[in-house]
Design a binder for this molecule. Structure first.
Ligand code: SAM
Length: 230
């Protein structure tokens, strides 16, 4: 069931940056609502083939499907469900909205290998090196909604986004193929600053379409072992 998006918009853009907004929004959406903020799961699936192809060993044996994936700020997106049904069953989903986590864990109870946890992306309750792929789709974007000059974001936003990336890298396994991937409408000038200069990780980005219309980007921080070569 699609979301009634117009009825659930915050009064100002800054509303997206508040926990209250998300709790109210998800409480107002009827059970069963699925909403992807941008880029449909079907469009993204081939990119996940690519992102996981070198995780866990032999590409030919399709071991990428065994990747342990952490979804940051899952909301009620259909992405994890579609990944699961396509074979990536080792997924942990988190969101700081208790309401959406309850809805999603009930809805996907039959997808037993996938879990749903209420958690803040800024304070992950996982040990170091638990995941192969950490995914942010639009979550950092929701934390960058403070009013003001986007060319010079406030110190608070810089600190928050930098912290999110640091947490993601902390829980990533330090081995070949491990990646933090961020899907966003944010152009490189406005987003690279949160991911640059991370020892042991190489940052790349590319525009991923869709072919017509608004541009979306995929940023990847991939472990390259350079932290061990000093
Ligand atoms: C724009 S939505 C994106 C949802 C989904 N990833 C998608 O692509 O449709 C942002 C999501 O991030 C969650 N979120 C925002 N800040 C968060 C934080 N600090 N910790 C955990 N989740 C957060 C919100 O509750 C919301 O579900």
């Amino acid at each position: 069931m699609p979301s009634n998006i117009e009825a659930n918009l915050p009064p100002t853009n800054e509303g997206y940056g508040t926990h209250e907004y998300w709790e109210q929004r998800y409480a107002a959406e009827s059970d069963g609502t699925t909403f992807d903020w941008f880029l449909s799961p079907a469009y993204l699936l081939p990119l996940f083939e690519e992102l996981t192809s070198d995780i866990g060993g032999d590409k030919a044996k399709g071991k990428g499907k065994e990747a342990r994936i952490l979804m940051l700020g899952c909301g009620n997106s259909g992405l994890s469900e579609e990944l699961y049904d396509a074979g990536w069953t080792n997924i942990v989903n988190l969101d700081y909205s208790k309401v959406v986590i309850e809805q999603m864990s009930q809805r996907h109870a039959s997808r037993e290998l996938m879990t749903w946890q209420e958690m803040d992306v800024l304070d992950l309750k996982y040990n170091e090196e638990e995941f192969d792929l950490v995914v942010d789709k639009g979550t950092m974007d929701a934390m960058l909604t403070t009013k003001g000059d986007p060319w010079n974001p406030p110190e608070k936003d810089i600190k928050t986004c930098t912290q999110e990336v640091s947490e993601a890298l902390r829980v990533l396994r330090k081995r070949k193929g491990s990646k933090f991937v961020y899907f966003t409408f944010g152009q490189p000038h406005f987003r690279k600053r949160y991911m640059q200069n991370r020892p042991g990780f190489k940052l790349t980005h590319k525009e991923i379409g869709p072919p017509e219309g608004f541009a979306y980007f995929m940023y990847v921080l991939e472990y390259d072992g350079s932290d061990l070569q000093q």
